[in-house]
Design a protein around this ligand. Structure first.
Ligand code: NAP
Length: 290
């Protein structure tokens, strides 16, 4: 490190709270070194009530770009000069680029990362009927990106409270912005509607917390509904294989895709936005996601 850092070294970072557990500094610093980019990446614990002063501090220090994690992903949109069309539809940013004039542009690479992970497993969304479980941050990013990438049908299911209203808003926004994608929202406890949608879908996606601790060992979809012709994907990456993914493997589904690839590929896209270079994805996968 002492050989790499100089007076010219650019600084990138992650903001959010907490950030101490994040694997991003290791992943980006490794990639800077491997691609010959003179930069370093640090994590900054910036809670929501300090977001504005935190962003001003990053501007003053001339930070070259930063990632944003919870709880700052939505509020950051109000502090930027420009927002990408997808991030505007999602209503949240996880990546902010800074140009030579100090202009801050917000992006959201979560949906891009999820779709890229699917395509790495031979699954494309164009023309497909998708069932999406969940309506929070990850689900919204996936919904918007799938619609923008040409999905034919998007059936969202969520509990009646919590993020349900968020899903209604997403459906409304997508009806206007991407009318070619037939989008709907229904309650997760409407078992008949869920069974009908899952029985007719090409891709089933879990973007809820079900499957991760303390809900590990649980799945929202009865195993009997899983068919060989469908692809199944989870956003949960810890455990690597959720009950849903294990059930999909058992059922012989054409793909059973866990969530760690989403984490990798959203980082690859952010690295490209920051540096214009390709992160050494295979190496990063082996080093940090094995
Ligand atoms: P979030 O914004 O808090 O949304 C949570 C979602 O999970 C909501 O739709 C919520 O439904 C649902 N949910 C929670 N407990 C549930 C239960 N017991 N039964 C049914 N639904 C339940 O969280 P998020 O950031 O979108 O994260 C969602 C999942 O995506 C998490 O598992 C997270 O690990 C994963 N994720 C993965 C990546 C990656 O890179 N792989 C990135 C981001 C997130 P209600 O509205 O009914 O509460």
């Amino acid at each position: 490190m002492e050989k790499r850092i100089s007076g010219h070294t650019k600084l990138y970072g992650l903001i959010g709270s907490p950030v101490g557990h994040s694997g991003s500094p290791a992943m980006y610093n490794y990639s800077f070194a491997r691609t010959g980019v003179d930069a370093a990446y640090l994590a900054f614990d910036i809670p929501l009530d300090q977001l504005e002063s935190g962003v001003n501090a990053l501007k003053t220090l001339g930070v070259a770009g930063f990632n944003v994690t919870m709880p700052d992903k939505t509020a950051i949109t109000g502090l930027l000069d420009e927002i990408s069309p997808a991030a505007k539809l999602i209503g949240a940013c996880n990546t902010v680029t800074v140009d030579e004039n100090g202009k801050l542009t917000g992006h959201n690479t979560d949906g891009i990362g999820f779709i890229r992970n699917l395509s790495e497993h031979g699954v494309t969304v164009e023309g497909k009927r998708i069932v999406l479980l969940g309506a929070g941050g990850a689900a919204t990013a996936i919904a918007v990106q799938a619609a923008l990438d040409g999905a034919a049908e998007l059936s969202i299911f969520n509990g009646a409270d919590g993020f349900y209203a968020n899903a209604e808003l997403t459906v409304k926004k997508l009806e206007e912005a991407v009318p070619g994608c037939k989008t709907s929202i229904a309650r997760l406890d409407d078992e008949k509607a869920l069974e009908t949608a899952v029985s007719a879908c090409d891709i089933l996606i879990n973007a809820t917390r079900v499957g991760m601790k303390p809900l590990d060992g649980e799945s929202l979809i009865p195993a009997r509904l899983l068919r060989k012709e469908m692809a199944v994907a989870d956003t949960v990456y810890n455990p690597k294989k959720t009950k849903l993914i294990l059930d999909a493997e058992q059922a012989g589904c054409r793909a059973a895709v866990g969530g760690s690839g989403m984490l990798l590929w959203q980082g690859v896209e952010a690295f490209r936005l920051f540096t214009g270079k390709e992160m050494p994805a295979q190496e990063v996968l082996e080093q940090f996601f094995a």
